[in-house]
Structures are given as C-alpha cells and as structure tokens.
Design a protein around this ligand. Structure first.
Ligand code: SAH
Length: 257
C-alpha cells in the first residue's frame, strides 16, 4: 500500500475519463471543472483511494505508473509510446548489469524504462544533440526515477560516433543508419541493436546498412499493433478508433566475423 507525501506525483482520474497529473504541495489546491481538490486531502489517503472535490465529485488518486507518467508529461519531443517501449525492452533483452547506449534522449521516456530495467546495476549512456532536450530529459527522469547514478547524458551528435563499448544500443533518430558504422567497435559481439523508425523508407535504408555492415544477423522488422476492444453490456467489440501507427521496430544481433 502506498501513502502519499508532499512533493509526490499523483495521477487523478475524474468523471468522463479525465486525467490529470499533479505534484502534491502543502495546502495546495487543484482546480477542476468539477470543483476544487485539496492536496491535503490526497496526502491523507493511500494510492487507489477516492477523494472528492468541494462539489462532492469523486476523483480516484493513484501513484503514477510509468505509462501514466510518460503519457501525461508536457511533451516537446515525440516519445516512444509505452506499447512500443514494452516490446523494445523484451526484444533488446534488457536486464540488470548491462552497458546500454541510447540516442537521442528526447523526452527521456525510453531512458526511464531502460533505467528501471537495469534496476541500478549496469549503466545507461544517452547521446543527445540538443542542449534543451538533454536538460529537460534530465529533469523528467529525476522527477520519476529520483537519483540515477548509473545514467549519463552526453551532449553531442551521435552521427560523429560515440565513446565506449556496449551490450545494447537503442536508436530513436531520423537517420539511424549513420550510427551503424560505429557499432563495429562500439557494440559487443552477441550484443543487440534496437531501432525505432517511423517510416518504411527509413527502415529500408537502415536495414540495408545493417546488412552491408556484414556483422548483423537475426534482423527482425515489425510493428506492435495494439488494438483496443470494449466490453460494454452487449457491445463487445473493437473500439471504433485506434492509434494506428507509431513506428517500426528493427532489432538485430551482432556476430563476430
Ligand atoms: N526516445 C525518446 C525520444 C527521442 S526523439 C523518448 O522516448 O523520449 C529524438 C531525439 O533525438 C531528439 O531529442 C533529437 O534532438 C535527438 N537527435 C536527433 N539527431 C541526433 C543526433 N545526430 N545525435 C544525437 N541526438 C540526436
């Protein structure tokens, strides 16, 4: 059971599927279209409780999950959505103790998931070309994950290369093929590279580059299509609308040649 304290993030689920994420402050007030929620009332309860506004409208309050957090932060960069992050972690076979390289950091959504999977063992290095994104991502990551001594954000252009040798490489870039040549020395034999790529023309160039490198095998190219359904009385069927396309995922393993 989780009890809230001041400075905690909390996610509120209100009427008509409204969602808000706020930080709890002593004597703070959150103004909704359904009345005012007092932060002190939330601090008095556990995650999963119902708290009412001054107009007696109920809101359910939770400690945010990873998905709640990344879907509710004010975003400047396009993040990798949790449905894709989930499968990227599995195809990238991420576990504690690995040395991981990532680029770019964007909003830090993938970074948070990678750090969670490392669970404090092993290291994550994130290359980011834009100073403002590097800074902002650092703030988001610490907001959700607290101190992460095993994470380093390097400000720089990954297309110029990177320092170190890694077990895993995760790419979320417009031209991921520019990084492939650096994996000759920068990715360990048996290591895995996973790329998140919006368009199929980019996928084609990337996969051709992996093949030309000559030391990649087990190339898998796929999309993760999550199709929501509803169960509402006798209306048991797929939802009419879905988020249809995010990006393709390409994973591959390095061999010794
Ligand atoms: N995966 C991130 C989103 C990354 S968006 C998340 O889940 O939040 C892509 C990022 O790559 C942007 O921040 C962009 O500034 C950065 N980028 C683009 N080209 C780059 C390069 N050549 N080197 C390093 N970072 C780069």
């Amino acid at each position: 059971m989780y009890s809230f304290v001041y400075d905690d993030l909390v996610i509120l689920f209100g009427p008509k599927r409204t969602t808000h994420m706020i930080t709890l402050k002593k004597d703070g007030k959150f103004f909704t279209s359904n009345g005012v929620l007092m932060h002190n009332d939330i601090v008095a309860v556990n995650s999963g409780s119902i708290v009412k506004t001054d107009k007696r409208i109920p809101y359910t309050v939770f400690k945010p999950t990873y998905k709640d957090f990344v879907m509710n932060i004010k975003r400047k960069a396009q993040i990798i959505y949790p449905k894709d992050t989930a499968i990227m972690l599995m195809w990238g076979d991420v576990y504690p103790g690995l040395e991981i390289l990532e680029s770019g950091v964007g909003q830090g959504a993938l970074s948070i998931a990678l750090l969670r999977a490392l669970a404090g063992n092993g290291n994550l290095v994130s290359y980011e070309i834009r100073d403002d994104f590097a800074e902002q991502a650092g703030n988001f990551i610490s907001e959700f994950s607290g101190e992460t001594a095993n994470h380093k954000i390097v400000k720089g252009d990954i297309y110029d290369g990177f320092e170190g040798v890694y077990d895993r490489v995760f790419l979320d870039l417009a031209e991921p093929w520019n990084v492939v040549k650096f994996t000759k020395d920068g990715l360990k034999s048996g290591g895995i590279i996973v790329a998140y790529i919006p368009t199929i023309l980019q996928v084609k160039t990337y996969v051709d580059t992996l093949k030309e490198a000559g030391y990649f095998t087990e190339i898998e190219i796929f999309e993760n299509i999550k199709r929501p359904w509803k169960v509402d009385g006798l209306s048991v069927r797929p939802e009419s609308w879905m988020y249809n396309h995010s990006a393709f995922i390409v994973s591959s393993r390095k061999i010794s040649i």
